[in-house]
Design a binder for this molecule. Structure first.
Ligand code: 6PG
Length: 245
């Protein structure tokens, strides 16, 4: 029986007509949030956020308070075409005035286990104390298989309870990725999914309305402990939802 999956908080689902409207609405929402100093902002990779990053780069925002992080990274150098850092540099960071020491990339060029430990150490140093860091905003995409960040179905990272950042071998990609864990992501004050396109419709319906099985649909594992969960989606991605938002 497909019980609707009960998120720890009820996600807010905002449906836009297309990726352009989705990106503009998400940019406006993000701009409204950037009031705290410092603002700890986790970026996502993939293609969906590119339009959003470009729109953000054109807004007159107080970027000096912003601290940038990445939810996941490919195990490649920062100048590699697959680098999530490289994509954000091109679409956003190179277009705004932000201090270099406010940009905290995962070092994809390092040996993956060492890179994961190094990033976790960076986070602990930046946030201080023993508490798990709580980001002001985490952006996430979602794959056609329901993965998010580099938390892919059936991969070891899904079961990690005692780490903030891990290296994660993804069989289907025949590649290792670096990723924040559910333990870290779910401490965020706000988590914002960006989901666009008909190819995501089935996975989105399963994630939002299907049985709870985060090993199969990792996006279901994103359940902010205290924070807000928003899905910015377009009509194509939302086309299979039974409960119209
Ligand atoms: C990555 C992302 C990944 C991405 C999804 C969706 O490193 O690629 O972190 O989780 O958000 O795969 O990608 P698209 O936006 O390209 O569909």
């Amino acid at each position: 029986m497909n019980e609707p999956f009960n998120f720890s908080v009820e996600p807010r689902i905002l449906v836009s007509k297309d990726l352009t409207e989705l990106s503009n609405r998400a940019a406006d929402h993000i701009a409204s949030l950037i009031t705290v100093d410092p603002f700890h902002f986790v970026l996502t990779g993939g293609s969906t956020p590119k339009a959003l990053y470009k729109i953000l780069s054109e807004k007159k925002l107080d970027w000096k308070n912003m601290q940038f992080f990445w939810g996941d990274e490919r195990c490649v150098p920062s100048d590699h075409p697959d680098s999530n850092f490289g994509m954000a540099l091109e679409t956003l960071l190179n277009k705004i005035s932000v201090d270099e020491d406010h940009v905290h990339r995962m070092k994809g060029e390092m040996e993956p286990p060492a890179a994961a430990f190094e990033y976790e150490k960076q986070l602990r140093n930046i946030f201080g104390g023993d508490a798990i860091p709580s980001f002001d905003l985490v952006l996430l995409g979602m794959g056609e298989d329901g993965h998010t960040a580099s938390l892919f179905p059936g991969t070891p990272a899904l079961k990690v309870q005692d780490r903030l950042v891990v290296d994660n071998y993804v069989e289907k990609l025949q590649a290792t990725r670096l990723t924040m864990t559910f333990r870290l992501l779910n401490q965020a004050k706000r988590i914002l999914f960006l989901v666009s396109g008909a190819s995501k419709a089935f996975a989105l319906q399963q994630v939002l309305e299907g049985e709870f099985d985060p090993l199969l649909y990792p996006s279901q594992g994103i359940r902010p402990v205290h924070g807000e969960l928003l899905f910015f989606v377009d009509q194509e991605a939302a086309s299979m939802l039974k409960r119209r938002p």
